[in-house]
Design a protein around this ligand. Structure first.
Ligand code: CMC
Length: 434
């Protein structure tokens, strides 16, 4: 790390010199690693709003300007020129592969698209009405019981094999979760198809009828996967890093990431956003929902709006807005009431003082649900698709974390505010709320 200058912190008249490290772009960091040992004070930052948990070379976000880059490449360029598998290679290896490297990588990934026959038994244990994310968490974690040849996390070769398995099998497991939930037979992967085509085929073809894969749909799926592949130290990626910091099994770490992604404040927002648009139902109801979103006494929030890091239009939402229009045109929907509601909501919110002052703009989840619904996916599958894409980012971060020489087990501390030493049997002055 490049030391830039230092900051001085004074506590009770004693000064502590804290080194500042220079970022290649974005905010520099103040190093507080020795602060506790020297001053007996922790820092306090719920939600990590001012905390850099690690050093990373993978993804750069400028939330004020609305910039997102993977390994230095603008997301707009990758969405236009690359495909998902090439992007996963970029995330994991650090630069775009040449043609020979890419072909070899395609083959290596496709070698792992099938799942072990025993794994099918896990699905039979689920209720048919289980949320597909519940199956995704469970079955991704179950992979840790299978691949004994890629469990030594100190062996770089085994680590690579594990990450290729995760990327290749994520879409197979996601498609199986969908098929199981609708009572249709599983469809085996077809390695002659691209990653996106294969996923669509595993979801929508049935033994009685072949699914005709449209280029517009598979391109749109590829765009969605690329845009969701990584997003620096978000909740699920931080979860994967934290789980992995103890040396845990890589498949179990990714399952922890899936669990964290599921929540409506994170990956579950795409399902929540579409459900919200459907509930609003008509353009004329938009002002009432805007009013509710601004009301402090109403828990309602505009789903698909706002972001911890972006204080500008999410660049991924801009790309998806265009993809959304292409997909709807392709399937002959010239007027979609849900899209109408979305556009009206966006128009009003972008002019409203509350949203302007709080810098709340549409995020990636605002348009992705409309596209996925047009492809034929039910809302429960939206977060599954997000998790398939993000599996690549999670594995890239997991590699980086293990290879980081300063890596330690993640172990935050706390500001303790509970009872002081109490005597068993002696009544305490604090109120018993039970
Ligand atoms: N609708 C109405 N008000 C909002 C919204 C919203 N969607 N988002 C934030 N606010 C308000 C919030 O009430 C708060 O107001 P105040 O300062 O008066 O208390 C202020 O804006 C700041 O909100 P916050 O919750 O403190 O901000 P955060 O950085 O902790 O949360 C967020 C970010 C994404 C969780 C939040 O904006 C949100 O809940 N959005 C809706 C859910 C959503 O779309 N999530 C997907 C995020 S993008 C996909 C991903 O990366 O996973």
């Amino acid at each position: 790390m490049k030391k830039n200058h230092s900051a001085t912190l004074t506590i009770n008249n004693k000064s502590y010199l804290l080194p500042i490290y220079k970022a290649s772009e974005g905010s520099d960091v103040i190093d507080i690693t020795k602060l506790y040992a020297e001053s007996n004070h922790f820092t306090y930052d719920p939600g990590f709003t001012s905390t850099a948990s690690c050093q990373s070379n993978i993804t750069f976000i400028d939330g004020e300007k609305g910039i997102l880059r993977y390994r230095g490449y603008d997301i707009e360029e990758l969405a236009k020129k690359s495909d998902f598998i090439e992007v996963t290679n970029l995330l994991i290896y650090g630069d775009l592969p040449n043609k020979r490297q890419l072909n070899k990588y395609y083959k290596l990934i496709s070698k792992h698209t099938m799942v072990h026959e025993q794994l099918l038994k896990f699905f039979n244990g689920f209720r048919r009405d289980a949320h597909p994310m519940a199956m995704m968490v469970g079955v991704m974690g179950a992979l840790s019981a299978f691949y004994q040849d890629s469990l030594d996390i100190n062996d770089p070769h085994q680590r690579m094999t594990a990450s290729r398995r995760i990327i290749a099998k994520a879409s197979t497991i996601g498609a199986m979760a969908y098929k199981y939930s609708i009572g249709q037979p599983f469809v085996q992967p077809d390695n002659n198809l691209s990653y996106s085509e294969n996923f669509l085929n595993m979801c929508f073809s049935v033994p009685a009828e072949k699914y005709k894969i449209s280029k517009v749909m598979s391109d749109a799926m590829d765009t969605i996967l690329i845009l969701h592949a990584d997003h620096e130290q978000n909740a699920s990626t931080s979860t994967v890093r934290l789980a992995g910091s103890s040396g845990a099994n890589p498949f179990a770490c990714v399952a922890a990431g899936v669990a964290s992604l599921w929540g409506p404040a994170h990956g579950g927002a795409n399902q929540a956003a579409l459900e919200m648009l459907e509930t609003i139902g008509n353009k004329k109801n938009v002002p009432n929902f805007i009013k509710r979103a601004k009301d402090k006494n109403d828990p309602f929030r505009l789903m698909g709006f706002g972001h911890r890091v972006y204080k500008n239009y999410d660049p991924r939402a801009k790309i998806l807005k265009q993809t959304c229009k292409k997909v709807l045109k392709h399937i002959g929907i010239n007027k979609d009431p849900v899209l109408d509601v979305a556009m009206e909501l966006e128009k009003i919110a972008l002019k409203d003082k509350y949203f302007i002052d709080k810098k709340l703009y549409p995020n990636v989840d605002f348009y992705s649900g409309i596209i996925l619904r047009a492809m034929g996916f039910p809302p429960e599958m939206f977060t599954v698709i997000f998790s398939i894409a993000r599996s690549s980012g999670w594995t890239a971060h997991w590699h980086e974390m293990i290879e980081d020489p300063v890596q330690k087990i993640g172990r935050p501390r706390q500001l303790y505010s509970g009872n002081k030493k109490s005597v068993y049997g002696k009544k305490r002055s604090t109120k018993n709320t039970r």
